[in-house]
Design a protein around this ligand. Sequence first.
Ligand code: MN
Length: 281
Amino acid sequence: MTDTNPIGIHALVWVGDTSPASVQTAVRQSAACGYDILEFSLHDSLNLDRSATRKLLEENGLRAACSRGLARDADISSDHPTVVARGQRLLQESLDVTADIGATVLTGALYSAFGKAPAPLTKTGRDKVVGVLKELAAEAAARGVTLGLEICNRYETNVVNTAREALALADDIGSDNVMIHLDTYHMNIEEDDLVTPVKDVGDRLGYVHIGENHRGFGALGAIGYRGPVTFESFSSAVLASGLSNDLAIWRNLWDDGEDLARKAHTFIAAGLANGHAIAAP
Ligand code: MN
């Protein structure tokens, strides 16, 4: 256990796809800006050359994490067995990619389709989520991978919108290698404040997404969190249009990924240092 949190960056800050040239750009630029972890979205992992990516990460001293949500026709929270089965296959493929590139974290909305749900989660749907993720967690454990439950806002999932709901889901899955993933963007929409959820999750917190200028670092220090803090920000300057529309990127906050990445690293490193200092007795 190191004394500082590894700082991650989402590959979509750099590139909109996972072609060999794009992966090379993302890896080299992330390392050059001082990041420790590069997070790949597996929405577009068909082009991903797994062994070349693994080698490139190793050569550049970077760790990797993978993330994804599911799709309407491949969704383990569905009432329909064929849709659940397709979702389960998608998760298994994603676990393969994660392990093959040498990443140790697979996180995101692993429990449902990404997007505004047409109706509340059903009991059948929730039971499916628990059953499928329990199985996936066992396979992941055998491959040295930890699964994350990223808590997303109501417009992106109907399965877990708050830390309390995610803790209850993790309890029901009951696997040691399933952790909670908080994202300040979603917390800002669904939680009463940015501190209580961090304290509630406590030592089950395994991954954090940070994308905006909130001072949520003190709470991470207070619970002694030393896991990854990954900078996630999207702009249609980089994103493919389909994903850009799914994420509701109607207003671009940046167009220069490198400038953004450098500033974000400085800001996060300083925030973490201060947060931990504040938490120290
Ligand atoms: Mn996120």
